[in-house]
Design a protein around this ligand. Structure first.
Ligand code: ADP
Length: 634
């Protein structure tokens, strides 16, 4: 595996350090009680000897190219009776798709079967590996029937003993908020157990673009951008139609920068310059040096590895809060093997299970309240990882927690048409790109609110659009987007279009040439000469010049475009909390012992969350919840 990776492209080479760290660390390593349904070599041999169809192999090395989140090459070496080796060349993201490229080949070799469990949160990558191995086996003469037999071979898991775990603080969910809470509680001297449903740390947070809004009040950057904490407050509050709880919004914006400082004190690195993330409304987003949200988890994991007292329990799903004498004292979970795992806290419990973007039933139910979105059924994809199903919200409601603003569901206009993911997006910042519909026209202020942009997109033909930009922020073509993807790769894999003229681009996009040219010309008028105070175009767009002042419109070939669709991104509603992250019940009383942070909570972002505020939320309220849970005494 290493040998292969080292032969890989520069990007993968660069990612290698990350990969090593993340794989040894972020991925869970809880013990499995397993055996297999068949002796490793029995099935191929049996099939071979019985009818020479099915799983007999023509020995050799076979290669197939498949697509996970990115293109990957799968190379399988076979003897006549055994799968000997599987090598994967890939660019899957460390800590996201990457784990699937390691664990699935290992399990296939161990079981000599294809009935492996998909890695949670890495479905596309998992399926791609299986697809690649299947293609290689077919090349080696395995029939459809033989493949089906191999698909039926899976690990049998023996149920482990039920377990009782205890710690000072129990955190449910190893995403951004949960890990911030866990590290903070540990810094306060507490032992911590983190219960995580999936096999890895990261949740939705690791899939995000990584942008974190925070104002370093009075700093050169803030002054240069005419920004202040008050501006951040006003934009957050107004951006959510003033529906957010002012106390919680203040808590968020007042503490966001100290959250960045805290992360930096733990070793996390950010780019020097701030930028405007889509829907962020202002250049105040801090971008981690590492791709997507991986930097947060490298940092948290590094903390765990260098300190004692935080135990990660993976593949374990929290099901029910334990309440004794009106105090939340623990949680009952289903463990990896179906056993019961009970976790009890000496101090507090932190719920950090994220939102409900992947719970179609819940999003349809709550969208009914306002009918803001034309539909949120399964036809609308999501940026979220599969485990984001509202579990914490359901568990808290069951013990009387108040749920607030559940109808406030955020969509982005930036989803990959196949996966709903934000990957494959070609933009670097709001200022340098426009949205073009299938008629070749702009249709909305691309620097505006996320909900307004997405509602406008729903009204376009096929609810589809192109992001169009020039090469200002892609002088070489090798520059990476937020997801560590280069435009050159995206073009090569057909996920982005590239042309030397706007005419050619329009042809590739299959939109009317004249419309595209007129749209671009109109937009360029506002870019040239940079921002003028108060100047907006006919869509109300005010953001034209990037923070370097280098964007002077879409006029530098080559030109780029990529298709995007609406995608469910964030659920703003959830469990009501106060500024100490204490959970509030339906009678407005505090539920003793229970704290919540991150997307599982509601009432901070109002009707519409600003881009870049979710990560600020996870860090700010995660830290507060960690502190409050540590200080809680029964
Ligand atoms: P936030 O941004 O609020 O921190 P994330 O989406 O990053 O939320 O993380 C939420 C985490 O909680 C995910 O890793 C998810 O797998 C985990 N999770 C969700 N439901 C459960 C559950 N019932 N038990 C344990 N972990 C859960």
């Amino acid at each position: 595996m290493k040998r292969k990776l080292l032969q890989n492209t520069g990007k993968t080479m660069l990612a290698l350090g990350l990969v090593a760290m993340l794989l040894v660390s972020i991925t869970g390593c809880s013990k499995k009680n397993t055996n297999t349904t068949a002796e490793p070599s029995a099935v191929p041999t049996e099939s071979a000897s019985s009818n020479n169809e099915g799983a007999s192999y023509t020995a050799g090395t076979y290669t197939a190219t498949v697509t996970g989140m990115h293109e990957m090459t799968v190379t399988v070496t076979l003897s006549e009776t055994k799968i000997l080796d599987i090598q994967i060349e890939h660019k899957e993201t460390p800590g996201v798709g990457e784990p699937a490229t390691l664990s699935i080949p290992a399990e296939i070799i161990e079981t000599q079967g294809l009935g492996v469990d998909l890695v949670s949160g890495a479905t596309l990558s998992s399926n791609a590996v299986i697809e690649g191995v299947t293609a290689c086996l077919k090349q080696a003469g395995v029939s459809e029937d033989g493949i089906n037999k191999l698909l039926a071979i899976a690990k049998i898991t023996e149920k482990a003993e039920d377990q009782l775990l205890t710690a000072d603080v129990i955190v449910i969910g190893a995403g951004g908020a949960g890990m911030a809470a866990a590290v903070t509680a540990n810094q306060a001297g507490k032992s911590v157990i983190v219960i995580e449903k999936s096999s890895k740390m990261g949740g939705n947070t690791i899939l995000s673009g990584g942008a974190l809004n925070a104002v370093d009040e009075g700093s050169e950057t803030a002054i240069a951008n005419k920004d202040s904490v008050e501006n951040h407050y006003n934009q957050t509050f107004d951006g959510g139609d003033q529906a957010g709880d002012p106390v919680l919004v203040h808590t968020l914006v007042d503490n966001a920068w100290s959250g960045v400082e805290w992360l930096m004190s733990l070793g996390m690195k950010f780019n020097e310059k701030v930028f405007t993330v889509t829907g962020g409304m202002w250049p105040r987003a801090h971008k981690p040096v590492e791709p997507e949200g991986t930097g947060f988890f490298i940092t948290y994991k590094n903390y765990i590895d260098t300190h004692t007292g935080i135990t990660m329990v993976y593949n374990t799903t929290a099901k029910e809060l334990i309440v004794e004498d009106n105090v939340v004292t623990g949680i009952t979970c289903i463990g990896e093997t179906g056993n019961i795992v009970t976790a009890k806290a000496t101090n507090g419990i932190v719920l950090a299970t994220g939102g409900f973007g992947r719970n179609v039933e819940m999003r349809v139910k709550y969208n009914e309240i306002t009918k803001k979105w034309p539909t949120l059924d399964e036809s609308i994809p999501s940026t979220n990882t599969s485990g984001i199903t509202g579990d914490g919200i359901i568990m808290a409601e069951a013990i009387g927690a108040n749920l607030v603003q559940m109808e406030n569901i955020q969509l982005l206009p930036l989803g990959d048409p196949k996966t709903g993911s934000l990957s494959g997006n070609i933009e670097h910042a709001v200022e340098s790109r426009i949205f073009i519909n299938l008629e070749g026209n702009r249709f909305v202020n691309e620097g505006g609110r996320r909900d307004e942009m997405t509602l406008a997109l729903f009204e376009q033909t096929e609810a589809k659009m192109f992001i169009v930009m020039d090469s200002d922020t892609y002088p070489e073509g090798t520059e990476l987007n937020n997801f560590g993807e280069s435009i050159a790769d995206l073009v090569a894999s057909g996920r982005a279009l590239k042309a030397d003229s706007l005419e050619e681009l329009a042809t590739l996009m299959k939109v009317p040439v004249d419309s595209l040219i007129t749209s671009v010309k109109d937009y360029n008028r506002y870019c040239q000469g940079g921002d003028q105070e108060g100047q907006t175009d006919s869509f109300g767009r005010a953001l034209f010049t990037d923070t370097d002042g280098v964007n002077n419109g879409i006029n530098d070939a080559p030109y780029y475009a990529t298709v995007r669709v609406p995608t469910v991104h964030h659920t703003m509603g959830g469990i009501q909390i106060n500024e100490h992250a204490q959970v509030i019940d339906t009678n407005s009383n505090i539920i003793a012992g229970l704290f919540a942070a991150g997307e599982v909570t509601g009432g901070i972002h109002g009707t519409n969350r600003l881009g870049g505020n979710a990560l600020a939320d996870t860090v700010t309220f995660g830290r507060i919840a960690g502190t409050s849970a540590s200080e809680f005494v029964k």
